[in-house]
Design a protein around this ligand. Structure first.
Ligand SMILES: Cc1ncc(COP(=O)(O)O)c(C=O)c1O
Length: 406
């Protein structure tokens, strides 16, 4: 047989998908070599049928796991009835969901949009509009170094990580960054020009780092003193993930923000974000000052209502399983010297290493375990809320195999 007639080895399903994407898709994502096909509960299956224990749930989005029967039923039924109304008209579910969110957050009003970054944009607009009513000079926003708030211009402007910002400068003027938990810097940053402060209760992308209660209390005191808006970004660390609805509810005493941004888990995989606010903040945004075409449609709202029905019962289990997971991970600390610290709340868990973690994520894929690595050295676990102790045991077994190589 001549060499020209030798058939080229056929491409795998994954390679075919990769080839198509690399030809036609914007090359902005660094994907892992894994093409997913379907999911059930806490498990995912790739295009070749290989099974994975999913400890990342689409970066904290698939809150009830994959293919939850109650969620798929709501989606099936509502999609056959009505998908989109626009915000020109009423439908049955937006008010019901707003009531639920107001009850669980302790705030007064809700607004719905479609993503985390869009929620942050709205929250920043509230702070700016509130400041503007007092003085045109009152537009400064304080944010934290190492934070992540999203990719649109406003959210990027308050994201305290140069690697995300550098290519797009100049960004919004009047943003001051201070170190997390630095109360002296916080006090120095505030003035009559401050419109608001934004921070995550637990920095997610920054490496699962909690903001201290005393810092939050100080921020509250300064917001009161200077009539500024305190924005809690609960997009990753909220709506159940920390074992409470929001991470500010973990503080003792609870420190209430004026505005809360939420997104990721609320609609179980469908795109939904939103803002919660007290009346003082709500008064800043009058009719016509903010809006969105897709936000708060009947499908996402109904799924979110179903999610809340299930979440209420899951919260105690989430706290228990999260604590168990952290304990088991701490057990690995003694055995593997490179494990520096285990931290987090509820089912938001970070493991700080003193070596890079990227290769471990790839090893995880080999072993059928999905998690990621943030800030180069922090393994991050954001599993579905239905995670049980038996899944933790399986994860620890697999992590031992992964860690053994290092
Ligand atoms: C704390 C926080 N804020 C905002 C965002 C942006 O959300 P989205 O990617 O939905 O725009 C994220 C996303 O990871 C986040 O973790």
């Amino acid at each position: 047989m001549s060499s020209s007639s030798v058939a080229a080895p056929s491409l795998s399903k994954l390679q075919k998908i990769q080839e198509l994407e690399s030809s036609y898709l914007l090359q902005n994502y660094g994907r892992y070599p894994l093409a997913l096909d379907r999911g059930k509960g806490v498990y995912l299956y790739d295009v070749d049928g290989k099974k994975y224990l999913d400890l990342l749930s689409g970066i904290g989005v698939n809150s009830l796991g994959h293919n939850h029967p109650k969620i798929t039923k709501v989606i099936r039924e509502q999609s056959a009835k009505l998908l989109h109304t626009s915000n020109l008209y009423y439908h049955e579910y937006q008010g019901k969901l707003a009531k639920k969110l107001v009850e669980i957050s302790g705030l007064d009003r809700a607004f719905f949009c479609n993503s985390g970054t869009e929620a942050v944009e709205g929250a920043l607009k509230i702070a700016r509009a509130h400041g503007h009513k007092i003085s045109p000079e009152k537009y400064e926003i304080i944010s934290l170094e190492n934070s992540f708030h999203g990719r649109t211009f406003g959210a990027l402007s308050v994201t305290g990580q140069p690697k995300y910002r550098a290519d797009f400068e100049p960004l919004l003027p009047g943003v001051k960054f201070i170190d997390r938990n630095d109360e002296a810097a916080l006090e120095a940053a505030f003035s009559e020009r401050t419109a608001g402060i934004i921070f995550e209760g637990i920095q997610g992308e920054g490496g699962v780092l909690p903001v201290a209660g005393s810092f939050v209390a100080k921020a509250r005191e300064l917001c009161n003193k200077f009539d500024a808006i305190m924005i809690h970004d609960g997009i990753q660390c909220g709506i159940g993930r920390p074992g409470t609805y929001f991470s500010y509810q973990l503080l003792d005493p609870v420190v209430m923000p004026d505005v809360v941004a939420f997104a990721k888990p609320i609609s179980c995989g469908l795109p939904m974000g939103g803002i919660l606010m007290n009346q003082r903040a709500a008064d800043a945004l009058g009719s016509g000052m903010h809006g969105t075409t897709f936000g708060g449609g009947p499908l996402v709202c109904q799924v979110a209502l179903e999610f809340f029905d299930i979440l209420e019962e899951l919260l105690p289990q989430m706290r228990r399983v999260g604590e168990y997971f952290r304990e088991e991970l701490r057990g690995l600390q003694g055995k593997y010297g490179f494990v520096k610290e285990v931290r987090g709340a509820g089912l938001m868990i970070g493991v700080e290493l003193d070596i890079p973690g990227k290769q471990m994520v790839l090893d995880g894929i080999e072993h059928g375990l999905l998690f990621n690595c943030t800030h180069d050295t922090v393994l991050r676990f954001l599993p579905a809320y239905i995670l049980k102790e038996k899944h933790v045991d399986k994860s620890i077994k697999l992590l031992k195999k992964i860690f053994a190589k290092y």
